[in-house]
Design a binder for this molecule. Structure first.
Ligand code: CP
Ligand code: NVA
Length: 312
């Protein structure tokens, strides 16, 4: 069976669920859709199809990328806020999933508990796309890897240093790096390491591709000679109460000019955004010549189009 047939109808919940060849294909389709869009070539690949989008957390990039992406593919996206749909009043994920499946062609969900996405996928008869959970952020990392490919021409053998909290974005970077043969070092304070089960599964994938995956405490050790520096907010959505305490614990984990100077001289800087400027990243770095954060944000659009066009 060719790759396109194998991808059709699949859920997109974790990069770990896809083979190395499938991940490479998604990245290639994303880059192709981007180039052709810039040339004015339209791709009505999802004409007449509808994506239901459930957001239990805020979003700028993910929402706009899915909504605009669906429009550009000739389909339609529905924004479903928990304030408006019955989930907010206690209707179960199981029932919501079965109802939506009868009407839409794909479901995107951003939520807290990863199990809710798994539950949605379990009961849905249409593909479910993970738009971020507390555990993973896979669509982000597809866009990130497209960005690195554009700027570095390859992924295999590159060294990526993630500086910050080892949660959803870091976990997905481990899965992404492991699949494509890119070394990933996570630098985080003790107690904020990536999920151990994810690390174990990612290491199994890494054994196939030769990627090295490390977790260290020192940001200096992680950035030493790195080709890609990546950071994320210290307090994720849902952790607002912990923001002050995390600012103290993560004070040494700021991506600033001094830390960046230890990376490769042509290193690029990524941030999934939104950023807390002056906290995890300085203005100087975010607006500086090595920053590719807005290319990265744009690539969410093209990445999401590739994911939707392939699975829906
Ligand atoms: N990076 C990201 O997912 O951004 P949003 O929260 O704005 O969607
Ligand atoms: N770790 C962040 C990522 C935002 C895109 C959060 O969960 O809020």
């Amino acid at each position: 069976m060719d790759i396109e047939n194998k991808l059709k109808g699949r859920d997109f919940i974790s990069i770990h669920d896809f083979s190395e060849a499938e991940v490479a294909y998604i990245l290639a389709v994303g880059l192709q859709l981007k180039q052709e869009r810039k040339k004015g070539i339209a791709h009505p690949l999802l004409a007449g199809k509808t994506l239901g989008m459930i957001f239990q957390k805020s979003s700028t990039r993910t929402r706009v990328a899915f909504e605009v992406g669906m429009y550009q593919l000739g389909g339609h996206a529905l924004f479903l806020s928990p304030r408006d749909i019955q989930i907010g009043r206690g209707e179960t994920i199981k029932d919501t999933s079965q109802v939506l499946s009868r009407m839409v062609d794909g479901i995107m969900i951003r939520t807290f508990d990863h199990e809710e996405v798994m539950g949605m996928a379990c009961w849905s008869s249409v593909p479910v796309i993970n738009g971020l959970t507390d555990l993973l952020h896979p669509t982000q990392v597809i866009g990130d890897m497209m960005t690195i490919l554009e700027h570095k021409g390859r992924l295999r053998g590159l060294k990526l240093a993630f500086i910050g909290d080892g949660n959803n974005v870091a976990n997905s970077l481990l899965f992404g790096g492991a699949k494509v043969g890119m070394d990933v070092t996570i630098a985080c304070p003790a107690g904020f390491e990536p999920d151990q089960e994810i690390l174990k599964l990612a290491r199994q994938d890494a054994a196939e591709t030769g990627a090295s995956l490390k977790v260290v405490e020192s940001p200096w050790e992680a950035v030493n000679g790195a080709d890609v520096i990546y950071t994320d907010v210290w307090a994720s959505m849902g952790q607002e109460q912990e923001a002050e305490e995390k600012e103290r614990k993560f004070a040494e984990y700021q991506v600033n000019k001094s830390l960046l100077s230890k990376a490769a001289s042509d290193a690029v800087v990524l941030h999934c955004l939104p950023a807390k400027r002056g906290k995890e990243i300085t203005d100087e770095v975010m607006d500086g010549p090595q920053s590719v954060v807005f290319d990265e944000a744009e690539n969410r659009l093209h990445a999401h189009k590739a994911i939707m066009a392939l699975v829906m």
